[in-house]
Design a protein. Structure first.
Length: 540
């Protein structure tokens, strides 16, 4: 209880509360603009937290995280253009309600289910994480190596597109992480005599370049404009209505959290699984896809519950649960702290402040989202993309330079943006690359220390490393089976089929109905479809 009191006292600081509100507002704006994901928003604002206290910075970023994941459904519901990948599952039923003149009802289901899922996830996170951290204290170097290997293979295997492309992306990230001084003996590696490279490649500029600036490059190719033309009836909530959607929301919350705990999955996958399970559990399935409130509630609850689930491996093991939590690790490590089991004893004010503050985030989001549900449709199409994306690049440059007052970091960010653009066009998922940069040093240090201690590979057959090895092999085997079953040939399974379109650039969903006719809810006018990155990126 003492740690909870410390955390509550830390969050009660007026500055922290103000940053939570500011973060939620920024997150709503970020998520409601198609193309800007939660990851992009958090990455852009990350450098501005370096001058804050650790908890202050985390609360700002968690506010953005929760707000953006929720708000991605606003354009999905209104104009069939999901603001974040996790919101794609809400398009069918959400926009169907809008076409019936029930946009306000759909938006209120969205915010209520999102906050229900978020609060459920944070409560389970707060109950699970301390116990898992205590267990993780017993992990040795061998266990950490196998755990990092398992996480990397899981991330690669669940990435959109071909499994081997996901693995290649992860290996590229590991290779970048090897630049600099050897982690054990201190010898320079791959520095080519450069003093800047001797210090290694900081993954924060790489991350900003990969996700924020490369997305801006993608959007520069597009001339998409959102149009909204829909009349909406006023909606008044009732206990009967709440009782009707709550079971689906609870089901989505449970599914979203469980899937969110698995590294590399997050809300993108959880929302679709929850929607499918809600449909299977329903007696009357005829309304699903045509404006069923239960399907919308399940998908919305799952994606926000998944954000809390992704925090479990991040806080307890130092392994990011999704791409956004990888950015959040940077907000902690920049202050000299390391996510993992020792964080619970070394910085209890931060850990328990995160638990309590994340709950406050969803309470603030519930109030702002509920009150603003009638306002979003008037604001969504008023931000011109001609101003938006250049502003993203300017903020990225300022943020990267402020990291270490180094033009080299800005150069790394720009190079990463070009690399991210090329990889996305070629169909390579970007999430495994950045997670490979984080997990690479953990895996290398664990492997080499295990070899130093044991002198051979006998440590593989220790109980915990052996279990993790079996799980790794099962993960790879399942991914190969899934790809082979879906595509029917080995060449396609390993990613050699050149006819497959890139997964990093998928068209924006328009307001066309199932029959191909223009929907009444809205439209996306464009000369060229706007790309949307869904390749393993969580917005959760």
């Amino acid at each position: 209880m003492e740690n909870w009191a410390i955390g509550l006292e830390a969050v009660a600081d007026p500055t922290v509360l103000l940053l939570i509100v500011a973060g939620v507002l920024i997150g709503i704006v970020v998520g409601a603009l198609p193309g800007i994901s939660a990851t992009v928003g958090v990455a852009i604002l990350l450098p501005f937290t370096f001058v804050m206290e650790p908890l202050q910075g985390m609360m700002l970023l968690l506010g953005i995280y929760g707000g953006a994941v929720y708000a991605g459904s606003i354009p999905a519901i209104l104009v069939r253009a999901p603001g974040t990948p996790a919101s794609a599952a809400s398009v069918a039923d959400g926009n169907a309600l809008t076409r019936k003149g029930q946009a306000e009802r759909a938006l209120k289901i969205s915010v209520l289910a999102s906050c229900l899922g978020g609060i459920f996830g944070v409560i389970v996170l707060a109950l699970m994480a301390p116990a898992l951290a205590s267990i993780a204290l017993g992990f040795g170097p061998a266990a950490y190596f196998m755990l990092a290997l398992l996480a990397l293979t899981v991330v690669a295997s669940v990435s959109e597109g071909r499994m081997v492309k996901g693995l290649i992306s992860g290996v590229i990230g590991i290779g970048i992480a090897m630049i600099g001084l050897d982690t054990i003996q201190g010898f320079p590696r791959l520095t080519f005599g450069s003093a800047d490279l001797t210090a290694g490649i900081n993954y924060i500029p790489v991350m900003i370049g990969l996700f924020a600036v490369s997305e801006a490059f993608m959007q520069f190719e597009s001339k998409a404009k959102l149009k909204l033309d829909v009349a909406t009836e006023k909606f008044k909530a009732s206990l009967k209505w709440l009782a009707r959607i709550s079971p689906s929301g609870l089901l989505g919350s449970v599914i979203g959290f469980i899937i969110g705990v698995i590294p590399g999955t997050g809300g993108d996958i959880g929302s679709f699984v929850a929607y499918n399970e809600a449909k299977r559990a329903a007696r009357d399935k005829s309304k699903f896809g045509r404006g069923d409130e239960r399907g919308l509630a399940a998908a919305e609850a799952a994606k926000n519950s998944g954000t809390a689930g992704a925090m479990v491996p991040m806080l307890t093991l130092g392994i990011p649960g999704d791409v956004t939590s990888a950015v959040l690790i940077g907000a902690i490590t920049v202050h000299g702290l390391q996510p993992g089991p020792n964080l619970f004893s070394g910085a209890p004010d931060l850990v328990y402040g995160i638990f309590i503050g994340f709950l406050v985030v969803y309470l603030v989001l519930l109030i702002l989202g509920w009150l603003g549900s009638g306002l979003w449709s008037k604001l969504i199409e008023r931000v011109p993309s001609s101003y938006l994306w250049p502003s993203v690049i300017v903020l990225a440059v300022i943020g990267c330079y402020s990291l270490r007052s180094s033009a080299f970091d800005v150069l790394i960010m720009l190079i990463s943006a070009v690399v991210g653009y090329v990889l996305a066009k070629a169909g390579f998922p970007l999430a495994p690359l950045i997670i490979g940069m984080i997990l690479g040093p953990i895996a290398e240090a664990g492997f080499r220390r295990a070899m130093i201690i044991e002198g051979d590979l006998s440590w593989i057959f220790s109980p915990l490393p052996l279990v993790l090895l079996i799980l790794t092999l099962l993960s790879v085997g399942f991914a190969i089976w899934r790809e082979f079953a879906h595509h029917g040939s080995l060449s396609e399974t390993i990613g050699m089929d050149n006819t497959v379109p890139p997964t990093g650039a998928t068209p924006v969903v328009t307001a066309d109905g199932p029959s191909g006719e223009q929907g009444a809810a809205g439209s996306v006018d464009s000369e060229k479809p706007a790309p949307s990155r869904s390749s393993g990126q969580s917005d959760s």
